[in-house]
Write a protein that binds this ligand. Structure first.
Ligand code: ADP
Ligand code: ZN
Length: 725
């Protein structure tokens, strides 16, 4: 026994729970950092990872022993480092970051084997007609799965079993079907235009150096950025290495997967929350073993255990969907760059409207800019005109101005499509009692209820609370006194149907019943010109290619500008630019009309004259002046509790404990703009510092020394906040 104890090593194991440090265990077998192991924890069993860097603290108490190694490949050290990096930067508990990397399915276990049968040459003792059919089907000696054989021969599975018992058939384990067939880099090589070829060449050269580099593939909408980074992916496949393509809206990317298959012969492996558990497990394992060459996925794919990652593409890098806003608050674009540097991989960010951060990095030469300034089809980016709502607004109770209505009429009568953009789901954002002025509010949140007329409900867009529209006002009890205020896409559709009763109209919004399948079908219908007028929320802005679309009308261009949000101008510019970029992609004469009360706003002006650089010049200067990101660092701390006063008191206590520092500026505590969500009252502190200051470290030390939250109190930390609600 003594010999065994001597051989025991002490290892640290991080478990995927809300803990920041690993626990120490004794291990009887040799283990290495990254190994996935089962360990006892309390009176349960957990699956964790052997973690380096904590130096197995000498045990005061008797250490428990590791149960054993899991039947799964180890996490690559690069991924272990990424997890450490993200935990240190975002201040999320290390175990919660690890959890994202272990989300492969509860247990890998052995895949349920499919069994195949083939003939042995022995004849069964008794031949029946059914048995004869099976034997003649399998005469060529090839393997077939049991169920296939039964079905094709038109017999019951019992007949197959009978033949096995008689020795006339033998069973053989079938290998599982591959998760993704290998992509073929020479399957269908496109002819690139000169600008594309230049950009593709640069990317391939960067790949050959096998060094970390970031490129911004900066191309107008429709310039063919996808074809360019496909060439980089082809290079990676030729090298026998691995590529990851991150997409902002993976559920809607059938078209992308098909495009990939057109180029490479097969679809890539997919990774997002809707993948079935067993497929997840096998994809995870295939990536770890290096058997899967290309993965297309949502931001969570960043945590896959790539064996030899050479390329990360972040498609539409400016998209807000890359920021995770719950649990671990991380930005997948920024973390893709971190992972790229850990892996010495190439990172390609694509956009027609880069984030201020990325644009600034490209201007300062930190990222290489590869420019595609013309559309592949040669058509012009649409002409934009403003409709000044102060001067030529719609008639009362309507939302479409006469000039926009005329443009729609012309477009539809030419057989082309029009898109009306309004970033508001439902029928009306506010329901008001005509008699006493009561506004219908959510019971859990500080928000108005949005009327959804199709569903006949009033809905909260923050917590999902819903109720039928009341017959009587709950306050003054007047009957039928409620009126809808303001438009949502459903209300706009009503106006369109009245004005254009003949036109085929479609509302594209993420909240319609039927889910992703329906959306996919609807997007297909638009692309196939089965629809004349599309009314859509921001969903339509995302990279879709609608060849017949000639006119885009922005119903309320000012909608995103009104908050005290430092990113409002950037977001509005990006969103409107992207929406307008859907028009005229294949035929000339694309047109955009922008309804606004502020035609002189810098965002509107930059959009109207098509001067993107002017927008970036002024926005970058303004951020620099105000020391806002990326020229300063910022952390938001949200304190929430079931009772408002408790949240306020704790927020004030935290502020009082902030260590003195000349570099740090503290704003608040103040009630958050959204002062209540899901029944929790919210108070906010904004902390900022110069760029060269380690703000994460400062906040970590501050909160560790401050009184811990008790009772219903919760403290949420958001480093580099994107949302200021
Ligand atoms: P972006 O992503 O820059 O908006 P896409 O990559 O979607 O643009 O390309 C726009 C359209 O042009 C697509 O229909 C695409 O298939 C086509 N296209 C781009 N490059 C090529 C090429 N080299 N050969 C053929 N078609 C191309
Ligand atoms: Zn609510």
């Amino acid at each position: 026994m003594a010999a065994k104890e001597l051989a025991d090593q002490i290892v640290d194991v991080l478990v995927p729970l809300a803990v920041d440090r690993p626990y120490s265990y004794r291990a009887a077998e040799p283990l290495a950092a990254g190994d996935i192991v089962h360990v006892p924890l309390g009176n349960r069993e957990e699956t964790g990872v052997v973690w380096p860097g904590f130096g197995g603290a000498p045990a005061k108490t008797k250490l428990k022993e590791i149960i054993g190694k899991a039947d799964a490949p180890a996490l690559p050290l690069e991924l272990v480092k990424l997890i450490d990096w993200i935990a240190d930067y975002t201040l999320a508990p290390r175990g919660m970051v690890l959890r994202m990397a272990l989300r492969r399915s509860a247990e890998l276990g052995a895949a349920r084997e499919k069994v195949g049968v083939r003939i042995t040459g022995l004849k069964p003792e008794r031949m029946t007609e059914a048995r004869a059919r099976v034997l003649s089907l399998l005469e060529n000696g090839l393997l077939r799965s049991k169920s296939e054989a039964a079905e094709e021969a038109g017999v019951s599975p019992g007949v197959i079993d009978g033949l096995i018992d008689q020795g006339a058939l033998e069973t053989v384990a079938l290998p599982p079907e591959p998760i993704a067939l290998p992509p073929d880099p020479e399957f269908s090589v496109p002819a690139l235009n000169p600008a594309q070829a230049r950009a593709a060449k640069e990317l391939c050269e960067a790949l050959r150096t096998k060094k970390f580099a970031v490129s911004l593939l900066d191309g107008v909408t429709g310039s063919g950025k996808t074809e360019v980074y496909f060439e980089a992916a082809a290079e990676v496949i030729r090298q026998g290495r691995q590529a990851l393509i991150l997409l902002p809206e993976i559920a809607l990317t059938t078209r992308f997967l098909d495009r990939f298959a057109e180029r490479f012969g097969n679809r890539p492996a997919e990774w997002h929350s809707a993948i079935a558990p067993r497929k997840r497990a096998r994809t995870w394992e295939g990536v770890a073993k290096g058997e899967i060459g290309v993965v297309a996925g949502a931001r969570s794919a960043l945590f896959l255990p790539f064996k030899d990652l050479a390329l990360i593409v972040v498609d539409e890098e400016h998209d807000p969907a890359y920021k995770q806003e719950d649990g671990v608050h991380y930005h997948a674009r920024d973390m893709a760059v971190v992972r790229g540097s850990l892996a010495q991989a190439s990172v390609v960010l694509t956009s027609a409207t880069p984030s201020i951060e990325t644009e600034n990095n490209a201007r300062r030469g930190r990222y290489q800019r590869l420019q595609l300034s013309e559309r592949f089809s040669g058509t012009e980016v649409p002409q934009l005109e403003a409709i000044d709502l102060k001067k030529e607004g719609p008639r009362k109770g309507r939302w479409i101005s006469p000039r926009l209505e005329t443009a729609i009429k012309e477009t539809v009568s030419r057989g082309e499509q029009a898109l009306l953009f309004l970033n508001r789901r439902g029928y009306a954002p506010l329901t008001l009692c005509r008699s006493c002025g009561l506004r219908m509010r959510c019971v859990n949140c500080d928000t108005w209820l949005v009327e959804h007329r199709y569903r006949k409900r009033l809905v909260c867009h923050h917590c999902g609370f819903d109720m039928p529209p009341p017959q009587h006002c709950p306050k003054c009890e007047t009957a039928d006194s409620f009126v809808p205020i303001g438009p949502g896409v459903e209300r706009l559709e009503e106006e369109i149907r009245t004005a254009f009763p003949e036109a085929r109209t479609l509302v594209l919004s993420s909240d319609m019943s039927g889910g992703v399948e329906r959306l996919r079908a609807e997007l297909e219908a638009v692309a196939n010109r089965d629809v004349d007028i599309v009314i859509g929320t921001q969903l339509v802005a995302k990279g879709h290619h609608f060849p017949g679309l000639a006119l885009v009308g922005i119903i309320d261009a000012d909608l995103g500008l009104n908050y005290g949000d430092p990113r409002a101008a950037e977001r509005t510019f990006q969103l409107l630019h992207q929406v307008v970029g859907r028009a005229g992609r294949e035929s000339a004469g694309g047109r955009g009309l922008l309804q606004t009360y502020q035609p002189d706003h810098p965002v509107m002006k930059a959009l109207l004259v098509g001067d993107r650089d002017a927008f970036y010049d002024s926005e970058i200067a303004a951020r620099e002046e105000a020391r806002l990101p990326p020229f300063g660092r910022m952390v938001a701390i949200i304190v929430s509790a079931k009772e408002g006063p408790a949240a306020e008191a704790h927020a004030r206590k935290l502020a009082a404990h902030a260590p003195l520092s000349d570099d740090v500026r503290l704003l608040g505590p103040a009630e958050a703009p959204l002062s209540m969500i899901r029944g929790r009252h919210r108070w906010r502190l904004l902390v900022s510092s110069p760029r060269n200051f380690e703000l994460s470290k400062y906040v970590r030390e501050w909160l560790e020394a401050a009184p811990p939250p008790r009772g219903s109190l919760r403290v949420e930390i958001d480093v580099d906040p994107q949302s200021f609600l």
